[in-house]
Design a protein around this ligand. Structure first.
Ligand code: GLN
Length: 448
């Protein structure tokens, strides 16, 4: 199986992969063959997987899509990578992504954009665009992604695949290059909810010795309830997700998925998430604030790129970072440093933290009336390359439906709902209460 996928990956279709090593892949596959032969294999044994390039790996280079880490090789594997390997999965290599996972279109990778396999003039979404495109194009049966403000759900939606971001803390962040630590979560991206459930079961579980924010609770078998009836399931429909910003084609596809749920016996309940719009300014204060701190470690001393000509240490820092970081990363570092600075901290950062709490409370109020929440993942289908060029705020605004669940730390997923303009895929977003991943996967599976 691995040989067949390696052949498909030849020539790097859609610019999905940043590093591959067929010897590593084939050695892992052979080890799996032995286990499959002696009958001790679990369901993921020998199944290939590719990893977003923000997970550090011993066997492949790790760049996080940045020039500043070009050629960097980690001395250890991220916990998520290691757990999937322990479950028998065979690594195909590392997948392209937006630099340090900052972006919504994969146009911010230092190694060039990823194409959407459905229409190569369109973006695959971001930041896990390489993961979504690789699965959609059949280059990998499954991939890992990370989601800080929508980076699993939105590319899954744009590429017509399934992806889930679990509850914050379910999966270990150890070895996941930090963007905004209070929001970053790992999750699987695959062709179906069933495949996602298999991967998620292997990925999750406490790791508190190495990630103090991981939850000290065991993983679950997320496949166990996939086929449960959803008769009587109360699906909350947030009115704020269906306002004027939502394009008609996406709305039609989402509506058709909701009709399906009604046929399956679910009840649609109108709800309100009144601070939905505020999630954009709140997120684009908190995430850059954390990023400006996290990215201070890339200074040319310990990792990756170092400027060649410099006069002293400070000059080396400056030149290394000026050369190594792309424009979007620099923009976020500057925004983050600004909102954290003395005199602005109370007005921006502290204010954002308070509203973040209110957004989380809004969800808890909503969950009094419903079991899961459903709506669009993004306001439109995948846009064309260059459509939002020179307008980063246009990309930020398009995150409106994924940011609220991220800020609240809730699990969310994207499941294919149909097709919109120009035949491009549309995802339905399902948001669950804390630790209700099994319920989300059950609802998603019933739609497939
Ligand atoms: N588009 C959002 C951002 O640029 C989300 C990215 C993510 O989830 N990693 O920050």
């Amino acid at each position: 199986v691995a040989t067949r996928f390696l052949a498909r990956m030849g020539g790097n279709p859609h610019n999905t992969f940043l590093d591959i090593d067929s010897e590593v892949t084939l050695a892992q596959a052979q080890a799996s063959d032995a286990k499959l032969a002696d009958g001790t294999a679990g369901p993921l044994e020998g199944v290939p997987v590719a990893h977003k390039d923000v997970f550090v790996t011993r066997d492949f280079a790790t760049t996080a899509g940045s020039k500043i880490l070009s050629g960097y090789r980690s001395p250890f594997d991220a916990t998520v990578v290691q757990r999937l390997r322990t479950a028998g999965m065979v690594s195909l290599g590392k997948l392209n992504c937006d630099e340090f996972a900052m972006g919504s279109a994969n146009e911010n990778s230092a190694y060039g954009p990823v194409q959407n396999p459905w229409d190569t003039t369109r973006v695959p979404g971001g930041s896990s665009g390489g993961s979504a495109a690789a699965v959609a194009a059949g280059l990998a049966p499954a991939a890992t992604g990370t989601d800080t403000g929508g980076s699993i759900r939105q590319p899954a939606s744009f590429c017509g695949i399934t992806g889930i971001k679990p509850t914050y803390g379910r999966a270990s962040r150890y070895g996941m290059i930090a963007y905004a630590s209070s929001l970053d979560q790992a999750g699987p991206m695959a062709r179906s909810a069933e495949d996602c459930a298999l991967l998620l079961s292997a990925m999750c579980g406490g790791d508190i010795d190495r990630d103090s924010t991981s939850l000290d609770m065991p993983s679950e078998d997320f496949t166990a309830s996939l086929n449960s009836s959803i008769e009587g399931l109360r699906i909350g429909i947030p009115q704020e997700f269906f306002g004027e910003g939502l394009s008609a084609d996406v709305r039609a596809a989402v509506d058709s998925a909701l009709r399906e749920y009604e046929k399956l016996g679910a009840k649609l309940v109108p709800i309100s998430l009144p601070r939905t719009e505020l999630s954009i300014p709140v997120y684009y204060i908190i995430a850059p604030a954390e990023a400006s701190s996290n990215l201070s470690r890339f200074d040319g001393v310990k990792f990756g790129h170092r400027a060649k000509d410099y006069t002293d240490l400070v000059d080396m820092y400056k030149k290394t970072r000026a050369e190594g970081f792309g424009n979007e990363v620099k923009r976020r570092i500057m925004t983050g440093a600004y909102v954290l600075s003395h005199g602005y901290y109370d007005a921006y950062y502290l204010q954002a933290q308070k509203i973040r709490r209110m957004i989380a409370d809004d969800f808890q109020n909503a969950f009094k009336e419903c079991d899961v929440i459903a709506g669009p993942v993004a306001p439109t289908v995948a846009w064309k390359f260059g459509d939002n060029a020179n307008d980063p705020v246009a990309d930020y605004l398009a995150d409106i439906f994924t940011l609220p669940a991220s800020l609240a730390g809730l699990p969310g997923m994207s499941v294919p709902a149909g097709f919109g303009a120009q035949g491009m895929p549309v995802g339905l977003q399902l948001i669950g209460n804390y630790f209700k991943e099994a319920q989300l996967l059950n609802a998603a599976h019933r739609l497939q």
